[in-house]
Design a protein around this ligand. Structure first.
Ligand SMILES: N[C@@H](CCC(=O)N[C@@H](CS)C(=O)NCC(=O)O)C(=O)O
Length: 220
């Protein structure tokens, strides 16, 4: 039976991007369906009735939600070019860091982006503390997954293209020479062909996130 793979997505989403990268790394053909989150489609509401969020992968008519769960599903369904290691401890570690990104790192950096004043200072402090943990995890490694891109790399992947946009819009520097290993990882990850070929341009992201920024920081 021919496989039918659809991805409900929005192009600037860090969560959607990681799923698209995983499908590309595995060489899976899929149809990307762009959602308008201000007017969600019946297909999205039907496929992810609990959270009503993208990304949703629909494989042969069956929906899977939550990007980290989708990544695991992809890895178990198409087992070539694995994104999770074999050893249970290493596997757990990849999952730990992917979850750390979603629970701690990404929300702290997002808070820097959407707040001002004292709140922003606190968010900045939390972000730097979180980034230090990430830096330590990269000791002696090229990727979080060792010598190749794995689950945690895909989860942290948004940093590699979005951080420069967020820094430009806020005028704040988060990742610089204080984080040499993370800076090297950003370089290495961004230069990987599959990743490079499959992410939105800096300029396109800038326009999109400028609009988001303006919404949170309207001119008085
Ligand atoms: N934990 C979810 C987060 C997904 C998420 O936040 N998606 C956003 C777009 S980046 C969304 O669909 N937002 C629509 C809404 O909240 O109504 C995942 O990993 O898939």
């Amino acid at each position: 039976m021919a496989e039918e793979v659809k991805l409900l997505n929005t192009w600037p989403s860090p969560f959607g991007l990681r799923v698209a990268w995983a499908l590309k790394l595995k060489g899976i053909e899929y149809e990307s369906i762009e959602e308008d989150l201000s007017n969600k489609s019946a297909l999205l509401l039907h496929s992810n009735p609990v959270y009503k969020k993208i990304p949703v992968l629909i494989h042969n008519g069956k929906p899977i939600s939550e990007s980290l769960i989708i990544l695991e599903y992809i890895d178990q369904t198409w087992t070539h070019n694995p994104i999770l290691p074999q050893l249970p401890w290493e596997k757990a570690r990849q999952r730990f860091w992917a979850k750390f990104n979603d629970d701690r790192l990404l929300p702290s950096i997002w808070r820097v982006f959407v707040t001002q004043g004292k709140e922003r200072e606190e968010a900045m402090e939390a972000s730097l503390e979180n980034l230090k943990f990430v830096e330590e995890e990269l000791q002696g490694k090229r990727f979080f997954g060792g010598d190749k891109i794995g689950l945690a790399d895909l989860a942290f992947g948004w940093l590699a293209n979005l951080i420069s946009v967020l820094q430009q819009l806020t005028g704040l520097k988060l990742i610089d020479e204080r984080f040499p290993l993370l800076s090297a990882w950003i370089q290495e990850f961004s230069e990987t062909q599959i990743i490079k070929d499959n992410w939105p341009s800096h300029d396109k992201l800038l326009v999109k996130y400028q609009a988001v920024y303006d919404k949170f920081h309207p001119l008085k």
